[in-house]
Design a protein around this ligand. Sequence first.
Ligand SMILES: [Zn+2]
Ligand SMILES: [Zn+2]
Length: 374
Amino acid sequence: MKKPRLIVTNILVFTITGIIALLGVPIEGFVNGFDFFEIAMCIVLIYFSGMSITAGYHRLWSHKSYEANSLVRVTLAIGGAMALQNSILHWCSDHRIHHRFVDQNDKDPYSAKKGFFFSHIGWMLREYNAHRYDDYRNCKDLQKDKIVMWQHKNYLPIMLTANFGIPIFLGWLNGDILGMLLLAGVFRLVAVHHVTFFINSLAHIWGKQPYTDKNTARDNGILAFFTFGEGYHNYHHIFEYDYRNGVKWWQFDPTKWLIKALSFIGFTKNLRKCPEERIERAKLAMMLQKSQDKISSLPNSDELLNKLQFEYDVLVSKMSEYYATKKRLLETKRDSLVKGYESLELAYKYKELKQSMLLQKQKWIELHHLSFAN
Ligand SMILES: [Zn+2]
Ligand SMILES: [Zn+2]
């Protein structure tokens, strides 16, 4: 089959910016050096344009995992254009298809099953999806957002102004326009390009699958560090409407922290979270499956398999009872009429259930580890 035609503009942009970042920037650093202000502005703009993609393009617009006021949306639209990854509308349309048809080579625009190079950058070098340039039917909701449409219609001037205007202005303030353009302009652009591209390539190849193995997405803490928290991609592909990707409080996810911090001053609201019970159950189901796969190859596996399944069922039922009680307890706390004895009794029951559920969980996890011991 004949390959689709090359997209010369994209190839030139990636090649020229790549060469400048790899050669021009080190030469400038060697000859003239970079001062503190230039390095600081480069880091600030890496976070600004990178997180406009992760908090804006990705979690706000593609997945609607929270709502943001106009000021936040305009800022993210400008920062996203600065990251040079096409308009919000186009990016989200691609991304929604990626989630819906993940790993299906004929549909997923950056299917990881087509290899590292393709999912990283190759998919943008040829006209693989030319038919979709004006088909945004999967983003009807976004077409009602005036800021999205303003950015889409004026993408080129906004993108050029942000990429040249901001570094030139900062360089002028600092008395060295070229140095700022090289570091906070080009180097920053290339760095953000590749770290965000890693989410489509490496985050589908390298890491663990604690929540699901129905697709190639992986959880990877190292990658999360470089991708503003998006390295927890296995979690993201199963619970895509959650505003968090690193779901545990200690998981490095600055995008989640930004969205949450903005909610304290009322700039963002309706942050969506997947109920803890569903997250826990997905994780346990995955552990059960891994144990079963491991054990079934052993001789006389039936007894152990039955035991594993039995303890799992006990754990799941204890868990649902615990979460149901937790919910009721929270409701009674909200409802000021139910006080005294009834709520006290419920609180006691909740504590008991929690203890018993945790014990069962410990027992089951030991059994799970045991299945990997032989
Ligand atoms: Zn996504
Ligand atoms: Zn993905």
